[in-house]
Design a protein around this ligand. Sequence first.
Ligand code: BG6
Length: 490
Amino acid sequence: MSAPCADLVLFGGFGDLATRKLWPSLFNIYVSGEMHADSRMILLSREHVSREEMSERVEKVIAPVEESLWQDHGQRFLAQLYPVSVALGSDDDDWSEFVTLLGERPEGIRVYYLALPPSLFEVACVGLSTHGLINSLSRLVVEKPIGHDRESAAEIINGIAQHFDEEHVYRIDHYLGKEAVQNLLVLRYSNTFFETQWNNQSIESVQITLAETVGLEGRVTFYDGSGAMRDMVQNHLLQILALVCMSPPNRMDAASIRQEKVKVLQALKPLTGSAVAANTVRGQYRAGVAGGRPVSGYAEELGGKSHTETFVAIRAHVENWRWAGVPFYLRTGKRLQHRFGEVVVQFRPVPHDVFEGHAGTVQPNRLVIAMQPDESLTMTLMVKRPGRGTVTIDPMTMSLDFPEAHKNIGSGYQRLMLDVINADQSLFVHRDEIDAAWAWVDPIIEAWSSSGAAPLDYEAGSWGPREAEFLLARDGHSWAPPYGLEESEL
Ligand code: BG6
């Protein structure tokens, strides 16, 4: 079934995010029939781009990856795209072409997607208001980063709130659109046995890793002003943590889900002062070998020295009845050995080994939810080795692989764009979540910066600074290898 007809306006319609993620996602939902065939996609930018030029640029991005689909649908897709120029923020911005285009469908759903730097969010909202382009069917989508700390985030959020009610604001975190992240909710709330074990009585620790092999990819200025903590931890990692830890919502609607997530973020044990040094590791990559080729270090890519971290590992705690005492190990970094995203739930050992060690070592159960590059669910169970004679116990994995998932869902944006058109805010972030996440992150960044210490260096293509290993080793734990790889392959 297709979503209702809508005008989708991409501010920053020819920018980096639009080109890499949004155009391909729009194309995929268009050809899947999930987007209404009459929906219009308006690419708004400062520069004037003609229809021919737009078509060439879009084709160049999509056609090579979606060859046969492009042949069948490319021209019809292009016919639904409209390039429009508005010099946002400048004195001579002219909105007339845009206003006329939207005026052709005065009663329709309008999605304004701000793929812009946050400094332009308010400018865009003021422009939309001034030109009478906001009505009860208008929705605003904003991308991270929302601010660079709690205060600036509040300013941005309050600025937007002057023009759009909370129920019309969609703060996107594309990780929430990933298939495996949504599967986490289904797994927890549609199976009796997981939910009854989902607490500190049964779970010993949880690891969440989002590891990347890429470096700066040309985003030098943005990244250096941000670092891994603001770029990945404040949003993606904490959102996944919130989904892992939240209590069952009353129902699967936006208000109930978001209410439970906020409670988790507010329950994060604050890390301040000396606790920061004891529970966090920050690193920056130096030159090394990644993907089989030599790569430069961060400083060379940047063209100068900097204290910005490209790696973070944190030992966190959620202080509530359900999770008291369970360490949550969070880790993310660029130029690491493998690209993978996983949640590893480590269950406690059995309270008493009835085989008294004669049958082999009884290992605790482990559930691995792999998000990328491939999606899968794996449970390690102890089973009897088949055969007669004395009982021998072996760990075996029960695995569900979803090879089609990644292909169908793309980077998460497809699902989320459809949700906006369908007015479903369940997988979008409430302002209170942003606030709670910054409230936890800010003191950590402050402690790092007031210590004046440089991030620890690690070789590109490694697993980050050794200190990240020690962070777990002191609790008797170690980072789980990416699903499908043995420790020996690392
Ligand atoms: C973005 C970050 O939000 O997520 C990037 O700004 C990062 O630095 C990207 O590379 C990772 O997303 P994905 O979907 O490729 O894992």
